[in-house]
Design a protein around this ligand. Structure first.
Ligand code: ADP
Length: 271
């Protein structure tokens, strides 16, 4: 038999009264686990047929010069939609892994190199919209974590800044240190901004402040959920501030124990 899981909470009333609640959450946890397994399995199973379909679409595209223009357009759309589904499945699998995988010990990583990589990727995306992307982080820095996850989280934020900022906009990626020793990776844009009522819900799966616009930008609605989970695994938090029409700032706040400065890293695992 599986172990029962109990959740205990104590609430204080006045000076002497305390309310003790003991809840049996075994079934709740089991259902939650079933949901996670289901999403992971479905995402995994969808991959194979999609790969086959994409292969056929590519084959047809190779022959498309011989097809009538209307068919060429249809093929183009099929290719775009299968590409979207591919990104969606990758994001779902990434979220499942973040929720379920046990962690290896984290490693000290060269944060400057990681930020340079994010900067290059963001600039590649920003070029088509004539946006400027800038990085403000001088001192050599290291962060204790998982390189693939951090890259994914930081680039989601940088890409969102490009996506939700009009042509010619300005985006700043930065690393700042707070008085309390926390280290902050921030992405500031001067784009469309977000209405206050949406901010607390942005990290929910598939939540979008402006569904029609977000879909047009080709996002999956999972980016910020991934960011939240990655940060959780790094003892870090996400802070969002935004003014509609003026811009947004997404800040990843890492505790002092998770970053350091000054030392040089060597070794095969460093980027
Ligand atoms: P999506 O794939 O739709 O971009 P995300 O989870 O990355 O999904 O973001 C959720 C929503 O948050 C977006 O649909 C958008 O409405 C809003 N959003 C995220 N980043 C920004 C930003 N920099 N400026 C304005 N809105 C943003």
């Amino acid at each position: 038999a599986s172990k029962r899981q109990l959740q205990i909470s104590i609430t204080a009333f006045g000076r002497h009264e305390r309310l003790l609640v003991i809840q049996d959450v075994t079934r709740l946890r089991q259902l939650e686990q079933m949901r996670k397994d289901f999403v992971a399995n479905v995402s995994h199973e969808l991959r194979t047929p999609l790969t086959v379909l994409s292969g056929y679409i590519e084959t047809l595209q190779d022959l498309s010069a011989e097809l009538p223009p209307r068919w060429q357009r249809i093929l183009q759309q099929m290719s775009e939609q299968s590409g979207r589904m591919d990104v969606l499945i990758k994001d779902l699998l990434m979220l499942s892994r973040l929720e379920t995988t046990r962690q290896e010990p984290p490693q000290w990583l060269d944060l400057n190199a990681l930020l340079e990589q994010i900067l290059r990727d963001a600039r590649a995306l920003a070029a088509s919209k004539h946006q400027q992307v800038e990085l403000q982080a001088d001192a050599p820095l290291q962060i204790l974590g998982y390189p693939g996850e951090l890259r994914s989280a930081f680039s989601n934020l940088a890409f969102n800044a490009c996506k939700y900022t009009p042509d010619g906009g300005h985006i700043v990626l930065s690393w700042q240190v707070l008085d309390n020793g926390c280290g902050v990776f921030a992405v500031q844009d001067n784009g469309m901004g977000i209405e206050a009522q949406h901010i607390p819900r942005l990290t929910e799966r598939f939540y979008r402040a402006d569904p029609s616009r977000s879909k047009a930008t080709g996002g999956t609605g999972l980016g910020l959920a991934i960011v939240k989970h990655v940060l959780l695994r790094h003892d870090a938090t996400l802070e969002i501030t935004s003014t509609p029409g003026t811009g947004s700032c997404f800040r990843c706040v890492f505790p002092a124990s998770r970053w350091q400065t000054g030392k040089q890293l060597t070794g095969p695992d460093q980027q």
